[in-house]
Design a protein around this ligand. Structure first.
Ligand SMILES: Nc1ncnc2c1ncn2[C@@H]1O[C@H](COP(=O)(O)OP(=O)(O)OP(=O)(O)O)[C@@H](O)[C@H]1O
Ligand SMILES: NC(=O)c1ccc[n+]([C@@H]2O[C@H](COP(=O)(O)O)[C@@H](O)[C@H]2O)c1
Length: 280
């Protein structure tokens, strides 16, 4: 992990190293590759928190959702847990731009340091990995192989992602949610309310979960029992946060917005490399 006191881009993982890791991963038949860890994988963890994101770039919303995994926990209980920052090189909805994946991995390593600074003296193990799987169902099956001691994976998502996990259009050819049965048998989703009218406010988001719980969506294959595996958590931000808003603020040089939406390490990284989002 980067050490404080150096310039942000020098502290982050070397871009040429990341580029070669990524090209060997792309050329390989592997579906997931671990890039960096703050603690050896020999420490057997029972719970794996997974923050899967485009990290384009990482924001304070990503930080808040990651921190929610560890808030109020003891050093002892955290020993049985790991946090995985997972970058999907194949997104179900988005093209791989504007920031190249090696730049994002470099920012993710800064972001991991920011998480640890926020949690100190607690020091959970954080892994950074890339995957070719776009869907959560496939990611979870792959992670079971990589973390054989883990008994529960907890997916950290926002509301917009929850509704896409539970959208039949991602499950051809039958277009039913039945394939998710094994996912919900073994895993949980911790979902952060997403601010903004687009998501129906907090009430609309609560109602979405209520509809699952009362069985209204069973015809789509969405079992009412799954509601017990989905937990909503409060949003630590007062204004809507998104990577899109950060990219816009970089282009418009809105310093105060960047200060509000970015973590310290990522902000320093982007100060040195704002061309990642201003070129092209
Ligand atoms: N402000 C937020 N509130 C709740 N969840 C969020 C927020 N920002 C991101 N997330 C969640 O974090 C995960 C990764 O998000 P993602 O990288 O797509 O960020 P994004 O800000 O939505 O990206 P973009 O603006 O580039 O579309 C997703 O599950 C998303 O729902
Ligand atoms: N049904 C699904 O499992 C499903 C649907 C849409 C997006 N995703 C994934 O969610 C993650 C976050 O997506 P966005 O970056 O589009 O917010 C990505 O890994 C994307 O591939 C999964």
């Amino acid at each position: 992990m980067p050490i404080s006191g150096e310039s942000a881009t020098a502290m982050a993982l070397s871009l040429s190293l990341l580029r070669s890791e990524l090209s060997s991963f792309t050329a390989s038949s592997a579906s997931l590759r671990l890039i960096q860890s703050t603690a050896p994988l020999t420490v057997a963890a029972k719970t794996l928190f997974v923050l899967d994101s485009s990290f384009n770039p990482p924001t304070r919303a990503h930080l808040n959702i990651a921190l929610s995994s560890f808030k109020g926990k003891s050093a002892e209980s955290v020993k049985e847990e790991r946090l995985l920052l997972l970058l999907a090189t194949q997104n179900a909805d988005k093209a791989p731009k504007p920031a190249p994946f090696e730049e994002r991995l470099s920012m993710i390593s800064m972001f991991a340091s920011d998480i640890l600074s926020s949690l100190a003296p607690l020091s959970p193990a954080i892994d950074i990995a890339v995957t070719k799987h776009a869907k959560f169902l496939d990611k979870s099956e792959e992670l079971t192989k990589h973390y054989p001691d883990v008994t529960e994976q907890v997916y950290l998502t926002g509301f917009d992602t929850l509704i896409r996990i539970l959208d039949t259009r991602y499950y051809p050819v039958a277009h039913t949610l039945e394939p998710l049965e094994s996912f919900f048998r073994n895993n949980r989703i911790r979902c952060m309310y997403r601010l903004g009218d687009r998501w129906g406010g907090r009430e609309g988001q609560d109602e979405y979960l209520r509809n699952i719980r009362n069985g209204s969506r069973e015809a789509e294959g969405c079992r009412k029992e799954w509601a017990e595996r989905i937990e909503f958590i409060g949003n630590g931000n007062n204004t809507p946060v998104s990577s899109t808003r950060v990219r816009e603020a970089i282009r418009n040089k809105e310093e105060s917005v960047l200060h509000e939406l970015l973590t310290e390490g990522v902000k320093s990284w982007l100060r040195e490399r704002d061309d990642v989002y201003t070129q092209g």
